[in-house]
Design a binder for this molecule. Structure first.
Ligand code: SAH
Ligand code: SF4
Ligand code: F3S
Length: 440
């Protein structure tokens, strides 16, 4: 059959979609370029905010029309985080779905499809049991071609229970893969031509997989264990929880050459009382001190963050403190969101939910400030040299685009091959990207 995967949500989902691609291709199915050209459609879903959920239900309605045309030989799979937490809503609102698959069950998909095809049954197949670990690849079933920059999940799940967040309910408790598994997967990827690896986890700093010596290995130790993989040019990671950043990680940033000087360290809010109710378990002071420690070891570190505005009870004064924090810390880039109540989380029950118009206004103000900050950060690079890993074609003919070590998008007109790292002199700064020329 021909399959198409639509991916929603974070990089962990992108990694899972890649896994699903490998598994289905390994079982003899072909990749289709669009849902119209497919007869297996997989929606790999996210549930982080209400808007994403609603988009998925509307996409399902559209795919249903295609199923009607193809009649029986059309399989709709809802996989991922929404499948895990909202299976009964999916059954009620989209009873024509054939498979509901939690994020830990994706490796079963090829067998499930075989079963559906052979049995001709129209009953929905549901698999959402938590069996983290089994979904990760054996070297023999990674056969699919890769780009030059790839993600790999080193840790799944979250034990933090930030009061607004659905993830502990969708991905379950923390599970860390072993150092050997991670090294093997990275070596395989490098042999396929991958140059840059981003290690993924909801909470990478609390990684504690089995080390090469059989003992528990910390995250900073893991970074050192991966630093010497031959052919690996760049190592990145996300996401770090500020409460778990320690000196060893700062030292890793100083000592490991291939570790990029960019760090996603989401602060969420600049108000201590909001952070407390979010259950983030750090204060703004602690956050600032950790940033200082990191910058002391790696002065050029480019920081990025996530922010939530309009968390229950957030006053104007709380919000002003967020703006202050942004000005004081200085970010290279950031994402910001309106708080979205998620059923089953603690914050959804809190008093003083903030009206939509206030959230929108605060979001606009914050995004303006962050945009200006990003532009200023980028402007400082005019005339400077950065190292760019070229990963894709640019918007214009012959143009290539890639990312600097500071995670900026950089384009050049000519003079370089895809998949290589080249020194680039920055000549222009567009809104969120840089333009430069390759330095011979
Ligand atoms: N593990 C990461 C974040 C994962 S979710 C961390 O701890 O930072 C990615 C981002 O989505 C979060 O950083 C947060 O800013 C945002 N987010 C999570 N739940 C949300 C909600 N209910 N409403 C709005 N934004 C949310
Ligand atoms: Fe969600 Fe908090 Fe866990 Fe991040 S650390 S995934 S925000 S509960
Ligand atoms: Fe979304 Fe699940 Fe990632 S809820 S953000 S896809 S962990």
């Amino acid at each position: 059959m021909r399959f198409f995967i639509k991916n929603y949500g974070c990089q962990m989902n992108s990694y899972d979609s890649q896994r699903i691609t490998d598994i289905l291709a390994h079982a003899g199915h072909e990749i289709a370029n669009s849902s119209e050209a497919a007869n297996i459609v997989v929606l790999n879903t996210c549930s982080i905010r209400e808007k994403v959920d609603e988009k998925i239900f509307s996409d399902l309605g559209r795919i249903r029309e295609m199923k009607k045309e193809y009649a029986k030989d059309f399989i709709i799979v809802v996989a991922g985080c929404m499948a895990q937490t909202r299976s009964s809503d999916i059954l009620r609102r989209a009873p024509y779905v054939d498979v509901i698959l939690g994020p830990h069950n994706i490796h079963q998909l090829a067998k499930i499809i075989d079963k559906i095809v052979n049995s001709k049954s129209s009953d929905v197949v549901m698999s959402t049991a938590a069996n983290v670990g089994s979904k990760f690849p054996q070297s023999s079933d990674m056969l699919f071609e890769r780009g030059v920059s790839e993600f790999i999940t080193i840790q799944e799940g979250c034990n933090n229970f930030c009061s607004y967040c659905i993830v502990p309910y969708t991905r379950g408790r923390e599970f860390s893969r072993s150092v050997l598994d991670i090294r093997t997967e990275i070596k395989n990827l490098v042999s396929l031509g991958v140059k840059e690896i981003t290690l993924l986890g909801q909470n990478v700093n609390s990684y504690e997989g089995v080390g090469l010596d059989g003992k528990r290995c910390s995250f900073s130790r893991l970074l050192f264990e991966l630093a010497n993989i031959s052919g690996l040019k760049r190592l990145c990671y996300m996401t770090s929880n500020p409460k778990d950043v320690n000196l060893d990680i700062a030292i890793a940033h100083k000592e490991i050459k291939i570790l990029t000087p960019s760090l996603h360290l989401p602060v969420q809010s600049g108000s201590d009382s909001v952070l407390k109710r979010m259950n983030r378990r750090y204060t703004t002071d602690e956050y600032a001190r950790r940033v200082e420690m990191l910058r002391a070891h790696r002065p050029d570190l480019a920081l990025s963050s996530d922010f939530i505005v309009g968390f229950p009870g957030e006053s104007d004064a709380d919000f002003q403190q967020t703006l202050e924090l942004v000005k004081n810390i200085g970010y290279a880039q950031a994402y910001s969101f309106k708080y979205s109540p998620r059923k089953g989380t603690a914050a959804a029950q809190m008093d003083n939910q903030i009206p939509e118009n206030v959230k929108s206004e605060r979001l606009r103000t914050l995004q303006n400030l962050l945009d200006n900050q990003q532009s200023r950060f980028n402007q400082n690079f005019i005339g400077q040299h950065v190292n760019v890993l070229f990963t894709k074609k640019g918007k214009h003919e012959k143009q290539l685009t890639g990312r600097s070590e500071y995670s900026q998008s950089v384009s050049v007109a000519t003079g370089v091959a895809m998949g290589t790292i080249a020194k680039v002199k920055i000549t222009e700064v567009a809104s969120h990207s840089l333009i430069g020329v390759v330095v011979p």
